[in-house]
Design a protein around this ligand. Structure first.
Ligand code: HAM
Length: 415
């Protein structure tokens, strides 16, 4: 029997025009913000060899263990829909010999990502990120620039109540000693920890800082933290990032318990949160990943980057739809004027204005109502005697306008 109704798959959604307009705004502000700082766009495939994520993101992470959409293709290869963008970009950096370009290579991207998570507000199985990667610089300036650009982007979009949390994971070598100390601490409190944390003491002890259950949280409140144990170079790097942010007036809070869900991070990590969003409050985050490119078979290459969730930004902005922003609706007072209205609309399009005509045979009154509904800023009425009237929809003012002056009038209005 045929199904009577279909729905978008669980955890996915359709983007309808009113929402698409806000998305476009978020994306265009992101592109403008990042391009101004010299970042160039890059796009990679939405699927990759599974091994790239297992190696890059890390086998002990939830993303790899539980959340990947993995399947075998017709050639028997294991393929995964990308859960994140950093490992694919590092793969592309190596594949295209970008290490031979002037360093660092500064890239940004946007597009869909896929994680098989339990859907809830702000958490989807197909979601969208805009992200930035600065590959080939270990300078604290690169960390500070990346952080400041995300901060700027969120400010430009007027995302309210954003807080920046900052931490450092140290470099891989110096972290080893600390991890041993943390494992020993966790073992000495094993009975109070959740089963999940207990099972992962050896595999991924840092994730204990992220646990929700009360027992683990209580234990973690007095756990040793990495930020207090950074060695000389790591501590200096972190201090430099902090002083650059302070000099730029970017407020932040040090969070010694900050950890991230992906394994590749070293040194600086950061998270931009909007607490008002509730459980899924992180709008964007990232950090330095100095070991990832080597892990993928390349030369040692320092890098830093972030990704922000477009849906989370939109939720935080609280905007559900945006007006169409039509410059003008051309209303024909009689059927004789419809052909002229269309020709004039096309002329206005060529001049860069957005203009629409009635396609539904409405009378003049119906056309004015429709113009209002679609949010047209102006209506140009083509009277039966061939004369023109221009009406500003916000003010309601209406006045005659000469055919030769229409474009100037509307462009003046457009500016
Ligand atoms: P991530 O923290 O896994 O980092 O994701 C970045 C952002 O994507 C999150 O802050 C959140 O806003 C959004 N996000 C993640 N999962 C979901 C979901 N299921 N539904 C909706 N939004 C989601 C990364 O992906 C790293 N590649 C970031 C990075 C770039 N680090 C260095 N360079």
């Amino acid at each position: 029997m045929a199904r009577s109704s279909y729905q978008a798959p669980r955890g996915t959604f359709d983007v309808l025009p009113a929402e698409k307009r806000i998305r476009r705004r978020v994306e265009s502000v992101a592109i403008a913000t990042l391009s101004r700082a010299g970042y160039e766009p890059i796009a990679t495939p939405v699927f990759e060899d599974t091994d790239l994520f297992e190696r890059g993101v890390g086998r002990s992470t939830d993303v790899v263990r539980k959340e990947m959409f993995t399947f075998e293709d017709k050639g028997g290869r294991s393929i995964t829909l990308r859960p994140e963008g950093t490992a694919p970009i590092c793969r592309a950096y190596l594949e295209h010999g970008m290490h031979k370009l002037a360093q660092p290579v500064k890239l940004y991207y946007r597009g869909p990502f896929f994680r098989h998570e339990r859907p809830q507000a702000g958490r989807y199985r197909q979601f969208h990120q805009v992200g930035l990667e600065t590959i080939g610089s270990d300078s604290p300036l690169a960390d500070a620039e990346a952080i400041m650009l995300l901060s700027d982007l969120l400010a430009e979009l007027a995302v309210p109540g954003v807080q920046l949390r900052l931490g450092s994971l140290g470099s891989l070598g110096s972290r080893k000693e600390y991890l041993e100390e943390l494992k020993a601490y966790l073992r000495s409190h094993e009975a109070e920890l959740s089963k999940e944390v207990r099972d992962r003491i050896d595999l991924n002890p840092l994730r204990a800082f992220d646990a929700d259950d009360e027992g683990t949280r209580a234990v973690m409140a007095s756990a040793p933290t990495l930020v207090e144990r950074l060695d000389g170079d790591d501590a200096r790097h972190f201090a430099e990032v902090r002083s650059l942010l302070e000099a730029a007036g970017t407020p932040y809070e040090i969070d010694p318990t900050l950890v991230r869900g992906l394994d590749y991070y070293t040194r600086t990590i950061f998270s931009f949160v909007c607490p008002a969003l509730g459980a899924q409050s992180e709008v964007g985050g990232g950090g330095r990943y100095d070991g990832l490119i080597e892990q993928l078979g390349g030369p040692p290459t320092a890098a830093v980057g972030w990704a922000a969730g477009i849906e989370r930004i939109m939720l935080a902005m609280g905007a559900e739809s945006a007006p169409t922003g039509r410059d003008v609706f051309l209303a024909a007072a009689g059927d004789d004027q419809r052909q002229r209205a269309l020709a004039l609309a096309i002329e206005l399009h060529h001049a860069g204005l957005s203009a629409e005509v009635d396609l539904a045979g409405r009378g003049l009154k119906g056309q004015l109502k429709h113009a209002n509904r679609i949010g047209a800023r102006n209506v140009l009425i083509l009277e039966e005697d061939g004369s023109l009237q221009l009406r500003g929809m916000e003010t309601g003012d209406q006045r005659p306008v000469a055919p030769s002056a229409v474009l100037d009038e509307l462009q003046g209005e457009h500016r």
